[in-house]
Design a protein around this ligand. Structure first.
Ligand SMILES: [Zn+2]
Length: 217
C-alpha cells in the first residue's frame, strides 16, 4: 500500500536529507515546499507566477496560496508511488487544509514524522557551516572540510564566507520560534495518533535512516 508521510523538524535536524534518501530507496516522491514552488515557477503555471511575483517583491507566500500550489502538485503526480512532504504543513491551518486536499484524492496521511536533535547539536551543525565565496560550494568545520586546507574543492578559490545568522544566539532564537510555531501541529498529530518522533542527537545520517526504516516501513 502506498505511504504518505510528512516530515517535521527544525533546521539542521536532517529531515530533508532523510526524506531524500528514503524516497530514492523506496521509489517515493519527495515533495519539499521549496521544490514545489520552484517547479511551479519554472513551469510558469498561474499559481507559479503568483508565487514568483510575491517572492521577487520580498513577500512571504501566504497559507492559501501554498495550499493551492500543493493541491496543484498532487493533481499532477503519480500518487500510487507515495510521497514524503517536507516543510508542509507549517501551520495548523495548513494541517486542516492538507486533510481536505488528501480527501479529495481519496488518500490519507500515514504518519507525521518529527525528527529532532538537541539545541547543542543544532548549534554545532549550523555554526560550523561555511561556503566558497566564489562558487557557493558548502563545507563544515567538523564534517566536511576542503580536501586541501583553505582551497575550494570545486573551483580552487581561497575565499570562504560564513552566514552572519549562523551564530549560537540567533540559532537558539530561531529554534524557539520554530517550536512555538509548530507545537500546535505536533499536538494535533499526537492526538490523531499519527505522530512518530525520532530523537536523532548523536546519530549518523545512516543510523537515522535505519531507525526511520524500522519505524515507517
Ligand atoms: Zn568554490
Amino acid at each position: 500500500m502506498s505511504k504518505y508521510f510528512t516530515f517535521i523538524g527544525p533546521i539542521a535536524a536532517g529531515k530533508g536529507t532523510q526524506a531524500e534518501i528514503l524516497c530514492e530507496k523506496y521509489g517515493m516522491l519527495h515533495l519539499s515546499t521549496g521544490q514545489i514552488f520552484r517547479d511551479a515557477i519554472n513551469q510558469e503555471t498561474e499559481l507559479g507566477l503568483r508565487v514568483k511575483n510575491l517572492i521577487e517583491n520580498g513577500f512571504l507566500v501566504p497559507d492559501a496560496l501554498t495550499n493551492e500550489i500543493v493541491k496543484e502538485k498532487l493533481a499532477n503526480i503519480d500518487l500510487k508511488k507515495g510521497f514524503i512532504l517536507d516543510g508542509y504543513p507549517r501551520t495548523i491551518n495548513q494541517v486542516y487544509e492538507l486533510n481536505k486536499i488528501l480527501k479529495m484524492f481519496n488518500i490519507s496521511l500515514t504518519n507525521a514524522v518529527l525528527i529532532t536533535v538537541s539545541e547543542e547539536e543544532t548549534i554545532r551543525r549550523i555554526s560550523g557551516r561555511f561556503s566558497c565565496a566564489k562558487c557557493g560550494h558548502n563545507y563544515h568545520d567538523e564534517f566536511n572540510r576542503p580536501k586541501v586546507e583553505g582551497v575550494c574543492d570545486a573551483c580552487g578559490s581561497t575565499e570562504f564566507t560564513r552566514r552572519k545568522d549562523d551564530n549560537p544566539e540567533i540559532i537558539k532564537t530561531r529554534l524557539k520560534q520554530y517550536f512555538s510555531e509548530i507545537q500546535p501541529i505536533i499536538d494535533y498529530y499526537k492526538e490523531e495518533k499519527l505522530l512518530i518522533e525520532l530523537e536523532a542527537t548523536g546519530l549518523s545520517v545512516q543510523e537515522v535512516t535505519e531507525k526511520l526504516e524500522g519505524l515507517l516501513y
